[in-house]
Design a protein around this ligand. Sequence first.
Ligand code: GLN
Length: 446
Amino acid sequence: ASLARIEAVDDRLKSFLQVTAPQAIAQAEQVDAKIAAGEPIGLLAGIPIGIKDNLCTKGIVTTCASKILQGFVPPYESTVTEKLQKAGAVMVGKTNLDEFAMGSSTENSGYQVTANPWDLTRVPGGSSGGSAAAVAADECLIALGSDTGGSIRQPASLCGVVGMKPTYGLVSRFGLVAYASSLDQIGPFARRVEDAAILLQAIAGHDSRDSTSLDVPIPDYTQALKPDLKGVKVGVIMDAFGDGLDDSVNQAVQAAIAKLQELGASIEEINCPRFRSGIAAYYVIAPSEASANLARYDAVRYGLRTEADNLMDMYTHTRAKGFGAEVKRRIMLGTYALSAGYYDAYYLKAQKVRTLIKQDFDQAFTKVDVLVCPTAPTTAFKAGEKTDDPLSMYLSDLMTIPVNLAGLPAMSVPCGFDDNNLPIGLQLVGNVLGEEMLFRVGYAYE
Ligand code: GLN
């Protein structure tokens, strides 16, 4: 059914860069055989899933939506997709993204532009726009994305699905193509909070192949799901409201907060004074890390190679041709911020701001169990509307970026529609390893 649905709608949506139908059918048949033989089946047995194309899949082309990785076939499997296979999940394909996960609309893909299923003239958000659109359009039941500054939560919000970024280190990044390593985290997309909890259950856990992986026990997340919120203290991030926030988004989020109160939660106003500085700090830190991570695309080891008379020309011609405009912009910003003389003024300063943002959150969590604010300041915008204005595109992640800088878990849950029938998302932010609290609040709310 999933493959048939993809066949029927994906020429319009373009959620998938590649549909892996033969492998999917083979995997599904294995599950069937196990059931027929009365053998135990995994947590996700037979569940069709879309995988963002920045996760390495052994023997299956992985491009990060970049021309520089055209035709690249990884020789190894990422930890998360390996875990999914063990759980019996059936990968139906690799989903579209902004090149190397840099963007907020999926328009920076080197291959195709994904449409928002609610209005095909609008963007699905990004960078995991393919995964969000695929789940919203029923092309698969669940999907994986990666979130460096909002790339799971913002597209989830714009496509009306649940999207979650776990605590930094909870899910192994082994086999995730690095963008900004201190911020990147893999997480679930689903239609319902319970499904997201089950998917996180399947992928979380310590991995010795990722040096930042946390060695902590993984609880049964579904045990946290309760119908009410009695005794839960909710803090509203006041700094997220005001300038730049759509009226419709504000109204929907205020109504959602009222509903949380009806469900038994107490509501408190919280100030995170450095919240809005997140975006400035992020656009120094993330490009800095990216400039180092992307140095590996040298035409020698991976993907595209432009032949030239000497080594230097081979590097430069390949990188000029293989990287898109946004990726080049980030590499230049990052190398500039890290260069001698500017390091202290930009990179070090941004790291200090990062610490202050984390301290704001730490302070907030001495008073409340969970924080709420909008996921994105607007609903889905028109394709092409922001492509010539990178700064306005960067503002899409105003609400999500501080969470990555602090390493915290957060989830976007659908909370209504604007006048154009476009979905709106409520962001729930948890304390370190507060995933259970997020699932509890999200589940009671939805
Ligand atoms: N939109 C942000 C960026 O372009 C976040 C992307 C992400 O989370 N991968 O960097």
